[in-house]
Ligand binder design. Structure first.
Ligand code: NAD
Length: 524
């Protein structure tokens, strides 16, 4: 195979269509600020989800390559942590500006490899960019505390970097999620190993290239590739001190346990089943538009996608009106003008989504709108992984389509009579990532907000993903470890730093006592 990356070399060179690539290039490792071809023998073919054309081959990085990446990160850590915070901040400013310059190129790589529309891919990049922008404010975010404890005595607290940290990323936000780690980990003085999803590593490769251009020294940002073997390497490598994971419960629960058992810090965001309660007094047009957008945007492949509707009272008659809105959405290749949703990530994912729709039908739910068998007209998309917007009504809690995360453009709708029942139903669900309520009553919204368990609540807002000055606060089964370590914001800085306190006593008078005190010092 040719030994260059899929990443284009200038900001202008990026795909703008789903045409076949005449010579797909292999994805490379990024170690010590250098792209290098993997010498591995196992490769993962990556196909454009809209066309099934081969885009690149992703290596299973070898043990030697992965170890060398950690060697590089460990070596870089000693000088990087000693670099002045002002110098790190200057590099972050430059990184932000390079991400902005390369915004379209990053988004194009996402549309090609992941399938989401170009406009949506730009949002994926922007949400990550905002984390990098916020990291630029580190000089006012990182200061510790100082207390004059007594005459001549004070205690100061510091936050120090922890060392080499790793991120294991999912397929659905190829830029945003690597950017939940790179800026926060590096600005606080750590060095990092990123393992992008083997299904769409292109954006992470561009982010690594931009890190080098921004002035990060060799070894501060490194990328290795692969699937479970690479994950196990990360979990077992003693020099990696912390692991950030975003992805499914199946992988995440295993990763949380194994990394924790190996003494590492872990932050792990997992799957979801996000509900919206729709009250009869809501602003109906706003609610229906917001719901259709949040259920079917990104083909439902967002961890905060609004996948489950709880109709309260007479709103249960509104499903056909959501279907009317869904019918106006254009499912097409992500580079096509006016495309609203693209394909799902893989043929296996498409099959799974269709099986779940079939199971709902079999279990007695009503298929109001059926996306199975739909695809764009253009024959070049004939082999893509298409599933059109689907609405399933009269769903009950015991049905498979309610119990499992679908992760496709499928909205399941349940009916209840009262707000109390809606709250009880939502709190009964084992996931707790996001939730929304649509109502015009402040009192109703206030009660809902207080009593509801999911960690990110939208009031007339369908996808309440917090900006980076807050933190991503999923709850229950949607976050491992009881939510102690959340991504970005102040908790993100805490995750990537170790606290140190220094108590000092600079006695201003000569000591006159002649006897040592042996009781526990209480400083009082
Ligand atoms: P995934 O769990 O299949 O993959 C995520 C990462 O784990 C990948 O890098 C993959 O290589 C690795 N992995 C997969 N299976 C593994 C295994 N058996 N052992 C070790 N490593 C393994 O997830 P995905 O399909 O890429 O992403 C979709 C999932 O991510 C959904 O469940 C979605 O809800 C979740 N997600 C959650 C959030 C959040 O913040 N809560 C954000 C985005 C995505």
């Amino acid at each position: 195979p040719a030994a260059t990356t899929t990443a284009a070399t200038s900001p202008q060179e990026y795909p703008t269509s789903h045409e076949p690539i005449s010579k797909p290039l292999d994805t490379q490792n990024f170690i010590n600020n250098k792209l290098e071809a993997s010498s591995g023998s196992q490769w993962i073919d990556l196909y454009d989800p809209a066309t099934a054309n081969l885009v690149t081959r992703v290596p299973q990085s070898t043990d030697e390559e992965m170890t060398r990446a950690v060697d590089a990160a460990e070596k870089a850590f000693h000088s990087w942590k000693a670099t002045s915070v002002m110098a790190r901040q200057q590099i972050m400013f430059k990184y932000v500006s390079l991400i902005k310059e390369n915004h379209d190129r990053l988004a194009a790589s996402i549309t090609l490899e992941q399938g989401k529309t170009f406009a949506d891919a730009k949002g994926d990049v922007l949400r990550g960019l905002q984390v990098a922008e916020t990291a630029c404010g580190i000089t006012t975010q990182l200061p510790g505390q100082v207390l004059e404890v007594a005459k001549d005595m004070e205690t100061r607290s510091y936050r120090e970097p922890i060392g080499v940290v790793a991120a294991i990323c999912p397929f659905n936000f190829p830029a945003m999620i690597p950017l939940w780690t790179i800026p926060v980990a590096t600005i606080t003085g750590n060095t990092c190993i990123i393992k992008p999803s083997e299904r769409d590593p292109g954006a992470a490769m561009i982010l690594a290239e931009l890190a080098e251009k921004a002035g990060f020294p060799p070894g501060v940002v490194n990328i290795i590739h692969g699937s479970a073997k690479t994950v196990d390497f990360i979990l077992d490598e003693p020099r990696i001190k912390a692991v950030s994971f975003v992805g499914s419960n199946k992988a995440g629960e295993y990763i949380y346990q194994r990394a924790s058992a190996n003494g590492k810090r872990v932050q792990a965001n997992l799957g979801a089943k996000n509900h919206a309660a729709v009250l009869p007094d809501c602003n109906k047009n706003h609610a229906l538009n917001a719901i259709a957008g949040a259920a079917f945007g990104a083909a439902g492949q967002r961890c905060m996608a609004l996948s489950t509707l709880v109709f309260v009272g007479k709103t249960k008659d509104w499903a056909p009106e959501i279907a009317e809105r869904a019918k106006n959405l254009s499912m097409n290749g992500g580079f096509e003008e006016g495309a609203d949703l693209g394909p799902v990530i893989s043929p296996e994912s498409k099959q799974r989504i269709e099986d779940l729709i079939a199971s709902a039908e079999k279990e007695g739910a009503t298929i109001v709108m059926d996306g199975r068998g739909q695809k764009p007209k253009d024959p070049k998309y004939a082999k893509g992984n298409w599933v059109g917007p689907t609405i399933i009504a009269n769903v009950t809690k015991d049905m498979r389509c309610y119990r499992e995360e679908i992760f496709g453009p499928v909205l399941v709708c349940l009916n209840v009579e009262t707000l109390d029942e809606a709250i009880e139903l939502i709190n009964d669900n084992e996931y707790g990532n996001g939730v929304a309520i649509f109502t015009s009553s402040g009192a109703t919204a206030g009660r809902f907000q207080k009593e509801i368990q999911p960690g990110q609540v939208g009031i007339n807002v369908p996808i309440p993903v917090p900006l980076p000055m807050f933190s991503f606060t999923g709850n229950k089964k949607s976050i491992a470890g009881g939510g102690a370590n959340t991504f970005y914001g102040k908790p993100g800085l805490d995750f990537y730093t170790q606290q140190k306190t220094v108590t000092s006593y600079w006695r201003s008078e000569d000591a006159i006592e002649s006897r040592a005190s042996v009781t526990m010092p209480t400083q009082s």
